[in-house]
Design a binder for this molecule. Structure first.
Ligand SMILES: *Cc1c(COP(=O)(O)O)cnc(C)c1O
Length: 369
């Protein structure tokens, strides 16, 4: 996958509706806050009821569809997208394999709601997925790089084995976005994303989407949304559409910043470990180079202990202490505070769009503090 493909896809997404505008039409899509549409006689036309479809949703789904190169269904949060896939694809007696080191709420939904209703929930570390026992699996869920440990699974290899076992393959692509990794091209059947993170990028909207090329798959996810009612608001959809228009500049800057800072942090006294897929020291760096078109905005930084990590976060002027990631502002947190299986001194650093030398001066001073 070349970056030229990504570039032309992004340019097409930006100009998607340009060809069809009449003189005087707004360039930005309209926000249409409708629950009812004019519907005389037998039901017909694209819009009939607000829970089923909406013109502002469509504008965003079409733009995401160009970026994913697949039909898309949008959701009011990343977890609503995750749940829509789990609930529309799994029934009692089915087996699902989830990453043991991925986003913890995905596992929590499976443990709290799916397992008691008869779904067999298995887990496996992301770095071990290639060797996992997939016998009898209905769904195989991959999150790569995993959040927060940034371990990497070989999507093409896992997908080939999963398909041989008769399973559907889902990739949670939140950490890299469609500009950083193309799971559907690598053999996955379904992509889910929390657009709350880099896709929207401004830390002001919860959002998510699902993409799938197989018509029956995306239809089953859309049906779930239509019946269960996990539908996004029109204003939120419009905000994500606006956020996406700057995704390419934001994501390029964030990844470049993260690469520069990860390499420099690794050289600093007091830094125990730096985990970044773009560094040759990452155990799966060769796979990352092959599979990803960018190495992402997340850096795993390990300092001596809890106190050293909190001191660093607190001393930096240009790090917002906050959970979540992918925003224009650099942010960080110790993941052990949520019970993740990482060391007490492990910081998940989400590098933002600030000028990189300013960030570096700030980080080095904070490390010395
Ligand atoms: C944040 C996140 C989610 C959940 O998204 P929300 O928008 O918070 O509901 C799912 N998967 C990953 C990898 C995430 O980082």
């Amino acid at each position: 996958m070349s970056s030229a493909d990504n570039d032309s896809r992004f340019a097409r997404a930006l100009h998607l509706h340009g060809q069809h505008r009449a003189v005087g039409d707004a360039i930005a899509p309209p926000i249409v806050p409708a629950t009812m549409y004019h519907l005389p006689g037998d039901p017909a036309g694209p819009y009939q009821y607000g829970r089923w479809s909406n013109p502002t949703w469509n504008a965003l789904e079409e733009m995401l569809g160009v970026l994913e190169d697949a039909p898309v269904a949008i959701f009011p949060s990343g977890m609503a997208a995750v749940a829509a896939v789990l609930y529309s694809q799994l029934k009692s007696g089915d087996r699902v394999l989830l990453p043991s080191d991925g986003y913890m709420t995905t596992r929590a939904v499976a443990d709290k709601y799916l397992a008691p209703s008869g779904v067999q929930v298995r887990t496996c570390a992301t770095a071990e997925m290639e060797r996992a026992d997939l016998t009898g699996c209905r769904l195989v869920w991959i999150e790569t790089p995993s959040n927060p440990g940034l371990d990497i699974a070989d999507i093409a290899a896992v997908a080939a084995r999963a398909h041989a076992a008769g399973a559907t393959v889902v990739v949670d692509n939140t950490t890299l976005t469609p500009l950083g990794q193309r799971p559907l091209e690598l053999g996955a059947d379904i992509v889910v994303s929390s657009d709350t993170k880099a896709m929207n990028g401004h830390s002001d909207v919860l959002f998510g989407h699902v993409a799938a090329r197989e018509p029956a798959l995306i239809e089953s996810v859309r049906d779930w949304r239509r019946y269960a009612g996990a539908v996004p608001g029109q204003f939120e959809a419009w905000l994500v559409h606006r956020g996406l228009e700057t995704l390419e500049v934001r994501f390029t800057r964030m990844c470049a910043n993260a690469g520069t800072l990860a390499a420099r942090l690794a050289e600093q006294p007091g830094v125990r470990d730096v985990r970044y897929p773009g560094l040759p020291s990452h155990p799966a760096h060769a796979l990352a180079k092959r599979q990803m078109t960018a190495f992402g905005p997340l850096v795993g930084l390990t300092l001596a202990d809890k106190a050293a990590a909190e001191r660093f976060i607190g001393a930096a002027s240009f790090i917002r202490p906050a959970t979540s990631f992918g925003g224009v502002h650099t942010s960080a947190e110790r993941r052990a505070r949520w019970g993740d299986a990482v060391g007490e001194g492990f910081i998940r650093l989400s590098v933002g769009c600030e000028p990189v030398e300013t960030l570096w001066r700030d980080f080095s001073a904070a490390l010395a503090a």
